[in-house]
Design a protein around this ligand. Structure first.
Ligand code: PAF
Length: 282
C-alpha cells in the first residue's frame, strides 16, 4: 500500500494503475468497521486486476460547527492499518492547504435535495461535501466510488451531482453497518457518555417499530411523532428531525407505492447521531 500526501504524489502513484477499474472510497478518517465494509466492497468491485484508492481527509469545508470539527476523532495510524488490511492500494491523505487554495472561490451547491433533513439544520454542509467529492473525483478519476447508506441524503445528493454534471463515475451504496445492539457505527459514537451509549440503540429500535407501523398503514405524522416521543423520553436527548420522505426525492411522500425513507437526527448531549430506514407499505 502506498500513501500520497500531495496531489503530485497521488498522480504518480495512480499513473500505472490507470486503464483498469479503479474504485474510490472517500473518508474523513477515524475508520471503523463501517468504513472497513466500504473498503472491502471496493476491493471486491475492483477485483484482482483493478485498484482501490481511499482518501482520508477531514474536510473542514463541510463542517458548519467549529466544535464538531475540533472534536472529530483522529486516528491516522489505525486508519492506515485498516486500509492495508482491507486491500487498499493507494491512500490519499492531504492536509487542508494541499487540498484547497487559500483564495478558492468556486462553490458547488445542490439546490433541491439538500434543502431538507440534515441540509436544513447544517447550512453549507452538503455544498462542502459536493466540493470535496468533486475534487477527489477529478484528482483520482476513478471508474467507481462507494459511499455508505447511513449518510443516505449525502448519497442521494452525490448521485444527483454525478447525474447533473455528467461525471463518468458509477456510485455504489453500501448498507449500514451496526453494532450487535443495533446502533449504526459512526466515528462520533466514541464521544457518547456511557449512559447515552447504552441508550442510543433506541434509535434503531424505534425505526424498526416505525417500519411495522408503516406497513400497518399508520400515517407519516403519527409515525414520526412516535419516534420523536420515544427518543426524547431519554434524558438529555433532543431530536433535530424525524422525517418520513420519498426515498429518491427526499421530499414529501407523494405516492404510497414508492419507496419511502424514515430519517432521524438526534442530539445525545452534544453528539449528533443520524440513522435511517427504507420503508414500504408492502
Ligand atoms: O461521508 C463522509 O465521511 C464525508 O462526507 C465524505 C464523503 C468523505 C466527504 O468528506
Amino acid at each position: 500500500m502506498q500513501i500520497a500526501h500531495t496531489k503530485e504524489e497521488l498522480r504518480a502513484m495512480l499513473a500505472p494503475l490507470r486503464g483498469k477499474r479503479m474504485v474510490l472510497v472517500p473518508t474523513m478518517g477515524a475508520l471503523h468497521e463501517g468504513h472497513a465494509t466500504l473498503l472491502r466492497q471496493a476491493r471486491e468491485l475492483a477485483g484482482a486486476e483493478g485498484s482501490v484508492v481511499a482518501s482520508v481527509f477531514l474536510n473542514p469545508v463541510q463542517f458548519d460547527n467549529a466544535g464538531d470539527l475540533a472534536t472529530y476523532p483522529k486516528t491516522p495510524e489505525q486508519d492506515m492499518e485498516t486500509c492495508a488490511s482491507c486491500g487498499v492500494d493507494v491512500v490519499f491523505m492531504p492536509t487542508p492547504d494541499v487540498m484547497y487554495m487559500a483564495d478558492r472561490s468556486i462553490t458547488l451547491e445542490e439546490t433541491h435535495l439538500s434543502t431538507v433533513l440534515c441540509g436544513a439544520s447544517r447550512p453549507g454542509h452538503f455544498a462542502g461535501v459536493c466540493l470535496v467529492v468533486n475534487k477527489l473525483f477529478n484528482l483520482v478519476q476513478p471508474t467507481d466510488a462507494v459511499f455508505g447508506k447511513k449518510d443516505y441524503q449525502q448519497l442521494a445528493i452525490l448521485r444527483r451531482m454525478v447525474r447533473d454534471l455528467d461525471i463518468p463515475i458509477t456510485l455504489h451504496g453500501a448498507e449500514i453497518v451496526r453494532g450487535e445492539d443495533g446502533l449504526a457505527l459512526s466515528s462520533r459514537n466514541v464521544r457518547l457518555t456511557p449512559e447515552h451509549r447504552s441508550a442510543a440503540p433506541a434509535i434503531r429500535a424505534s425505526l424498526l417499530t416505525a417500519s411495522a407501523a408503516y406497513r400497518a398503514g399508520d400515517s407519516a405524522s403519527a409515525i414520526c411523532a412516535q419516534v420523536r416521543c420515544t427518543l426524547e423520553s431519554i434524558p438529555g436527548v433532543h431530536c433535530d428531525y424525524v422525517e418520513l420522505v420519498d426515498a429518491e426525492t427526499l421530499h414529501e411522500v407523494a405516492e404510497p407505492d414508492r419507496l419511502a425513507l424514515l430519517a432521524v437526527a438526534a442530539w445525545f448531549g452534544d453528539v449528533r447521531l443520524i440513522d435511517n430506514i427504507e420503508l414500504s407499505r408492502a
